[in-house]
Write a protein that binds this ligand. Structure first.
Ligand SMILES: Cc1ncc(COP(=O)(O)O)c(C=O)c1O
Length: 358
């Protein structure tokens, strides 16, 4: 607290990102990063980049990247917005669409940045409880609202909605913006992007941080009706004209071009995830079905916080949330096969964990 802080920031409760430890040898399974490097085409593009060009400002409209995304997703460039990570895209989305008289609706367990943005922009919101099995029931979002946001697949649960459930919501909720945050969609869920052509109030947000191994470059995007994109551009151009630098724009285009690498790494992560789920179950964990690059699990007898501490002491970092309803769970990002084997071996070595043989 400082006497120089404005009234507004005194009450902010900022988002706390997962730890980025200094020790290189720690196995990081706590922030849902991709365990594989970016595509070789991305690395070549960055190596070949003419650094002398950095004296210039980048294209404020990032047209090359928007065009690549438009072609890839079968839309036009005026359907695409890009930002410095999907966190920034989401921040602009809250500012542009959710400052309404009626409350924003969102799940009570979801990406914890959503309530931070509400706090920042003075947006009233109402949390809709998940079902007992941690799934989202969109029929519960029928109340008057100033917008709706949910992640699909949801975070940190990993559970997924079917497209027809989302379409049913859009058909009855036509007067406010519906945002689907698809940060993890490439790991086995269905994208709602095609629905943006039929519903002018749907905005789909995605990121290059997970499935395209580019968390460090900060690229996020949104797809929706040109009027929604225009609204986002107004906010962006009132805040920072150049959210994406030249390197990010070039590398982003290259990442989109390398479809084969994208498919092979996402397929590998999905296969490792399925192996990890089976192994965790054999060790007495209850694991939620996941269409993401992480699993959300709790042990039948042992406490989440204790297990997280045990793993940390053994060089493995996983995420634990001290929040009601989920404080016994661990969110474990999917790493390489070798990293997941180490996780399972370490858990097997816990004095109170007994392996149940099939
Ligand atoms: C559901 C969800 N949305 C958005 C993000 C933000 O991703 P980024 O800002 O790296 O694009 C994350 C990051 O973990 C996430 O879990």
């Amino acid at each position: 607290m400082s006497k120089f802080w404005s009234e507004a920031i005194q009450h902010l409760v900022p988002y706390v990102p997962g730890e980025q430890p200094k020790e290189q040898q720690i196995v990081k399974l706590n922030t849902n990063e991709n365990p594989y490097p970016p595509s070789p085409l991305v690395m070549q593009t960055l190596q070949d980049f003419d650094l002398a060009r950095l004296r210039l400002y980048p294209d404020p409209d990032a047209r090359a990247l928007k065009q690549a995304l438009a072609d890839y997703h079968g839309v036009t460039r005026d359907n695409v917005f890009v930002g410095n990570g999907s966190d920034e895209v989401l921040a602009h989305t809250f500012m542009a669409f959710f400052r309404q008289k009626a409350p924003l609706l969102m799940p009570n367990i979801s990406y914890s940045f959503y309530d931070v943005y509400c706090n920042l922009y003075d947006i009233q919101y109402s949390e809709v409880p998940l079902q007992a099995d941690f799934s989202i029931c969109l029929d519960d979002y029928s109340q008057t609202n100033g917008g709706i946001i949910f992640a699909n697949p949801n975070a940190p649960t990993g559970r997924t909605l079917e497209l027809d459930e989302i379409e049913r919501l859009l058909a009855r909720n036509t007067e406010s913006v519906v945002v689907v945050d698809e940060a993890y969609v490439d790991f086995g869920a269905q994208s709602a992007i095609a629905l943006t052509q039929r519903y002018d109030n749907l905005l789909v947000v995605q990121t290059f941080s997970k499935s395209r191994s580019l968390a460090g470059l900060r690229i996020g995007f949104a797809i929706g009706h040109p009027d929604l994109i225009d609204g986002l551009e107004r906010v962006k151009n009132s805040f920072n004209s150049y959210p994406l630098d030249m390197l990010a724009i070039s590398a982003g285009v290259a990442a989109i071009e390398d479809e084969e690498y994208f498919r092979s790494t996402t397929d590998r992560i999905i296969a490792t995830r399925e192996w990890t789920c089976n192994e965790l179950q054999a060790l007495g964990f209850v694991v939620l079905p996941s269409c993401t690059n992480f699993v959300f699990a709790h042990h039948r007898y042992l406490e989440g916080a204790e297990l997280m501490g045990y793993l940390r002491a053994n060089g493995l970092l996983v995420r634990h949330f001290s929040r009601p309803l989920i404080d016994n769970h661990l969110r474990i990002s999917i790493g390489t096969d070798a990293q997941m084997q180490r996780l399972i071996d370490t858990l097997t070595g816990h004095p109170d964990i007994i392996r149940l043989e099939a």
